[in-house]
Design a protein around this ligand. Structure first.
Ligand SMILES: [Cu+2]
Length: 329
């Protein structure tokens, strides 16, 4: 009966939202008369909340390339500032979640550098619990963010050379890990290959979810935190243009997540660590912590859905839309 309790919880939150956000009475009436089955198309019309911590459309292409300097030997140094804090995030209009967030946002900023750069991350814990940052990639044991736990008010400097190139993940590594990740302390780091990748329209998508009633299961699912964000504001693509999605799965509690795009196929670059694709498909499944680079081009204009192929996740928020227009000049 687990799914029933999840849907019941969501239904209750939606009734609350309908009142708080003064949604139309027809929506409220539908929600209350549908019993345990809120209509997915009602959910898709919730819009984007004002205090989500990120602007989902801007987040797609927001790269934090750090403060750049150069060492005597010519090596590029990139310095980043990361602050862990407690913050209430408005996930859907009227639905607030007490998150733990890097720099006040979930996902945390997308850090970007090039393989071989020297990375220095100034971390400060402004939260109310111990935290750390564990980066995926190569680094010494004392830079792993596991044994050096940072107390509230404390600071730490992480230093490492960025390698290997690919799509890396970072997250808090404090016990209980499940809680520290579910609360929102994660983000992505793109380590670009020295030789670069082909010119493309690039987007960062972090698949996540939220346990809004703290029962150890997710009630809502999303790519980039806000359910249905890209249904409310479709992502504009150009016909004939190469698109590149940096796709990360950090979803807690559920064992698997996926992404499916409509009317098209994509090349999969597993973990982004090779410049040669390993698969050509329209659906990719990922466990927690896995991430891939996807490349595709639309040759038709119009609106095309993209979503988790777990139908339940899609109906509970992990659903978006591409709006393919015009032609590349
Ligand atoms: Cu933590």
């Amino acid at each position: 009966m687990k799914s029933l309790s999840r849907r019941e919880a969501l239904k209750r939150s939606l009734i609350g939202i309908a009142g708080a956000a003064s949604a139309s009475s027809s929506v409220q009436a539908q929600v209350t008369t549908l019993g345990t089955h809120p209509g997915p198309h009602d959910l898709m019309t919730r819009g984007v909340p004002k205090d989500a911590g990120i602007d989902p459309t801007a987040f797609l292409e927001n790269w934090d390339t750090g403060v750049v300097s150069r060492r005597a030997n010519g090596q590029t140094v990139r310095e980043y500032r990361m602050i862990a804090m407690d913050r209430n995030l408005e996930l859907m209009p009227g639905l607030f979640y007490p998150a733990w967030a890097f720099n006040g946002q979930v996902p945390g900023p997308t850090l970007r550098c090039t393989e071989g750069d020297f990375v220095r991350v100034h971390f400060h814990n402004a939260g109310t619990h111990q935290h750390s940052i564990h980066f995926h990639g190569f680094h010494p044991a004392n830079m792993d963010g596991v044994f050096e736990q940072i107390e509230p008010g404390g600071s730490f400097v992480y230093e490492f050379t960025a390698e290997p190139f690919g799509l890396q993940l970072y997250h808090c590594h404090t016990m209980p890990l499940k809680k520290h990740i579910a609360k929102g302390l994660y983000g992505a780091m793109i380590i670009d290959p020295k030789r670069g990748r082909p010119e493309a329209h690039e987007m960062m998508m972090v698949m996540n979810g939220f346990d809004v009633n703290f029962d150890g299961e997710n009630e809502i699912y999303a790519v980039n935190t806000v359910p249905f964000a890209y249904q409310a504001n479709p992502i504009v693509l150009k016909r004939g243009e190469l698109n590149r999605i940096y796709l990360v799965n950090v979803l807690e509690f559920d064992l698997i997540n996926s992404m499916h795009i409509h009317a098209n196929f994509f090349n999969v670059f597993r973990t982004g660590t090779s410049l040669v694709p390993t698969e050509f498909t329209d659906t990719v499944s990922m466990g927690q912590g896995e991430r891939h680079v996807l490349e595709f081009t639309y040759n038709h204009t119009g609106k095309f859905m993209f979503h988790a192929h777990q139908s339940e996740f899609a109906e509970l928020g992990w659903m978006g839309m591409f709006d393919v227009r015009g032609t590349v000049a």
